[in-house]
Design a protein. Structure first.
Length: 243
């Protein structure tokens, strides 16, 4: 008798890809009545009056604020419904699809204008495209967004000036080959700004903050470099895993 050989069945696990997240962002335009913004935030995003007021004030002061993070369909629905609110006050908003995602703008520039748009929440995950720094309005929403989601954010390669704000992400990691450059923040006309510098310092952990302060890295506009290896070894930042 010949014994039959049975092979174990191989189970194939289907990997379910998580839906990509999008964020809804409020952009300050210096026209929209604050009460109207608070009303929309409370109605469409189920915020309390205090929460809505904080989001509105943040957008007013910093130029932009992340309202919430959703899947694409939900983010677009929320923005579209905000577009349709309170038509009797003469607000006529239209949806535009551009490079930044879905944006709501007003046909009538005299009327109040609310800018809400959705875009991929996890669009980067790295410093790619942000290496050279820039205005805080590009960086603060991403820091907030990644802190809300808990997703990993990598600091790779060159990262100067406002790019170092990404150190304020709770789940941040630094590549050994990275180079971070620190200097005093400045205002729009190029003068060193203590308040803007303090905003950057608040993004750093205590040991790094003490080091750059005591070595006067943040006193002038001159760049001071710290390698990724030192960020990991001296200041306790987590090393990025291999790709």
């Amino acid at each position: 008798m010949i014994d039959a050989v049975t092979k174990p069945k191989t189970r194939v696990k289907t990997k379910v890809e998580r839906p990509r997240l999008h964020k809804v962002v409020l952009v300050n335009d210096d026209y929209t009545p604050r009460e109207f913004v608070v009303t929309v935030l409370k109605a469409e995003f189920r915020m309390t009056a205090d929460q809505a007021h904080k989001v509105m004030i943040t957008a007013h002061r910093r130029g932009v604020c992340v309202v919430a993070v959703f899947t694409k369909d939900v983010a677009e629905t929320k923005a579209t419904r905000g577009n349709r609110r309170r038509p009797r006050q003469g607000l006529s908003l239209v949806v535009h699809h551009g490079a930044g995602g879905m944006m709501l703008t007003s046909r009538n520039t005299v009327a109040a204008m609310l800018l809400l748009f959705s875009r991929p929440a996890m669009a980067a995950g790295t410093t790619a495209g942000f290496e050279m720094g820039g205005r805080y309005g590009r960086f603060d929403p991403m820091v907030s967004q990644y802190n809300q989601s808990g997703e990993l954010f990598r600091i790779d390669g060159h990262c100067q000036s406002s790019c170092t704000l990404f150190l304020g992400i709770r789940n941040v990691c630094v590549s050994r080959g990275a180079t971070l450059l620190f200097h005093a923040a400045h205002d729009r006309i190029g003068n060193a700004s203590p308040s803007n510098t303090e905003h950057m310092l608040n993004a750093y952990n205590p040991s790094l903050r003490e080091y750059v302060t005591s070595h006067r890295y943040m006193d002038t506009l001159a760049f001071h470099a710290i390698s990724g290896r030192d960020m990991i070894r001296k200041f306790g930042y987590r090393e990025c895993p291999g790709r």
